[in-house]
Design a protein around this ligand. Structure first.
Ligand code: N01
Length: 553
């Protein structure tokens, strides 16, 4: 950090000189990052494209949007007062409540004064001579900062497929991730929903209650388990709050950062009857703990098949029309290797007279017509279309910012064959650029808030270290990055995950390289690795002191 910036206090939006840091995004990652930087006395400005805080929970307002990590766990742990004061009303919080929580955090820690809303960062370039990031926004802002911290989210760049005739459709079209803030009234309408991922599986039952008819266009049947959501029992809340610190510490050591009831044996080590009982109990309890029933469900196809077949049996028993049930059975991937969905009445919805399932494997969509959606065999009249077609996950929102590192190298070019990073925190050739929950870190395979807090704390502690040691520039070495990428691939390929055409693999975007993007080694192991790296004086990173940087100019 330059002398001018040293000791600077948190500057407001009118800051003239270079800032210590620009943070891109005011979701949970950006909010906590700002809080930590202010605590260090660093100057920071957050740019946020939305009109308010919340990130993914600001944009994803589709009917039924809800978190599938329990509320008591999907929340910040950094402030004991905050976690004691805030009261969740449901076991799994809905989007409005999570957004209210994000707003509460912003107000409680007085964060808004350093956030510029309604502003999208359109470029971020590293100026090697000045050792500064030069940031430009769509509103004409040009600011400089020593550090650029990407808090852009993993599932923020919505993706609508290109289907012939889309522009000719007479009615309104919506993407689940860009839902109108005023809501949509589907009463009396014929609605077409394209997709059967988490967003679709949550929204279809709610839309079906309102609309005259819903036609679901399914390309790949998905595994889903019931949420069994309900009001949060006061004694459950009290119990958690009485030992929050202890539980949070435990969560940080686990694979997913979420406390479940973990099985301790192989699925194949027990009898079929015992397995059935175990799966049934977890199915009744709700949530994704089904996947934690045995130790090898993500590792061994035969073990995985037992859980997959259990869920298929449930679908057969719920859906009354055998042909519809058959079409809903997921068979193309091991259970859990695409993000498992958590629903409220999804399969039951297909028993409603106003819901039709269209199996696109039998007859793909050929075009959108002015009055509906045509497949190879039929045309379905609809008044509005919901694209529940997902995101350019993990890299999409980072690349939208168009970061350019040393020699003007674009991140998009560097990552042309797939994302490469060291610890999912930095990428070689892009000094002083941090990615919160970036590719190469556990991120989407974990409780996002646990992973966000871990990254933010690591980055904040790192910036404090750099300041204390007079370091102007920090960069991942290519060797450390190569080793981390190789390790990430090796760990991923020990599991069944790469067998699925998932967004984890970039498989949902045409032309996107097929690389398993998140780090699957687990939150606990990963945290230890990051801590060891920090304790060693940031092994694998090149740190350049202020004098050295000046001499190199
Ligand atoms: O997106 P998705 P999502 N024609 O990519 C289909 C998180 N999340 O928004 O599988 C026809 O999963 C596509 O079909 P296929 C969670 O991590 C969490 O639902 O590619 N269909 C698929 O069915 C989740 O995994 C929560 O064959 C097309 C669907 O669209 C992630 O966000 C809630 C198509 C896309 O599914 C993304 O979920 C919501 C085409 N041309 C989301 N193109 C919770 O916390 C795509 N599809 C509960």
């Amino acid at each position: 950090m330059s002398e001018a910036r040293q000791g600077s206090t948190a500057q407001g939006l009118g800051a003239a000189g270079p800032l210590d840091a620009v943070i891109v995004g005011a979701g949970f990652a950006g909010l906590y990052m700002l809080h930590r930087l202010r605590g260090l006395g660093l100057s920071a400005r957050v740019f946020e494209a939305g009109a308010d805080v919340g990130g993914t929970w600001y944009w994803n307002r589709y009917p039924g949007a809800r978190c599938d990590v329990e509320s008591m766990q999907y929340s910040f742990s950094f402030s004991e007062d905050l976690q004691q004061d805030w009261r969740w009303t449901e076991r799994f919080a809905g989007q409005p409540e999570i957004l209210a929580y994000a707003n509460h955090v912003a107000d409680r820690f007085d964060l808004r004064r350093n956030i510029q809303f309604g502003t999208r960062v359109v470029s971020a370039s590293f100026d090697e001579a000045a050792q500064l990031w030069r940031i430009e926004t769509d509103r004409g802002d040009r600011v400089s900062a020593a550090f650029c911290i990407m808090a852009t989210g993993c599932l923020s760049a919505g993706r609508v497929p290109e289907i012939a005739g889309m522009g000719e459709f007479r009615g309104p079209s919506y993407h689940t991730g860009q839902w109108p803030h005023e809501g949509v009234d589907f009463a009396g309408q014929r609605v077409g929903v394209i997709g059967t991922g988490s967003s679709a599986i949550q929204s279809i039952p709610v839309i079906a209650e309102q609309a005259a008819h819903v036609t679901v266009f399914q390309r790949t049947p998905n595994f889903s388990v019931p949420a069994r959501n309900g009001p949060l029992p006061p004694e459950y809340e009290r119990d958690w709050k009485a030992s929050y610190a202890e539980r949070r510490s435990r969560a940080r050591t686990l694979k997913s950062g979420i406390i479940y009831n973990f099985g301790e044996t192989s699925a194949l080590a027990v009898s079929a009857e015992e397995r059935e009982r175990e799966y049934q109990a977890r199915w009744e309890a709700g949530g994704i703990s089904l996947l934690s029933a045995y130790t090898d469900l993500a590792l061994d196809k035969e073990a995985n098949d037992t859980a997959a077949e259990f869920v298929r049996q449930q679908i057969r028993s719920i859906v009354r029309d055998p042909a519809v049930a058959e079409a809903l059975l997921p068979t193309s991937h091991p259970i859990g290797t695409k993000r498992i969905c958590v629903d409220t009445g999804y399969f039951e919805t297909f028993n409603r007279p106003n819901v039709t399932l269209v199996d696109l494997r039998a007859s793909p969509i050929t075009r959108v017509t002015p009055g509906g959606i045509a497949t190879r065999d039929a045309e379905y009249a609809v008044d509005s279309i919901v694209y529940a077609t997902g995101f350019d996950a993990m890299t999409g929102s980072l690349l939208k910012v168009n970061p350019r590192g040393r020699g003007g190298l674009a991140l998009a070019q560097k990552w042309a064959e797939g994302p490469r990073s060291y610890l999912g925190l930095m990428t070689a050739g892009f000094p002083n650029l941090f990615t919160i929950t970036g590719p190469g870190s556990p991120s989407v395979l974990s409780n996002m808030i646990v992973s966000i807090e871990q990254h933010v704390d690591w980055i904040a502690d790192c910036l404090a270290y750099l300041r204390a040691h007079g370091v102007a520039c920090m960069e991942a070495t290519p060797e450390a990055e190569d080793a981390w990428v190789a390790h990430g691939n090796e760990v991923a390929h020990r599991t069944l995950y790469p067998q699925a055409n998932s967004w984890y693999m970039g498989a949902n975007i045409e032309g996107k390289p097929r690389v398993f993007m998140p780090y699957i080694g687990g939150v606990g192991v990963y945290r230890e690795t990051c801590d060891v790296v920090a304790a060693s004086g940031y092994e694998g990173f090149r740190l350049t002191r202020r004098q050295q940087a000046a001499a190199a100019e």
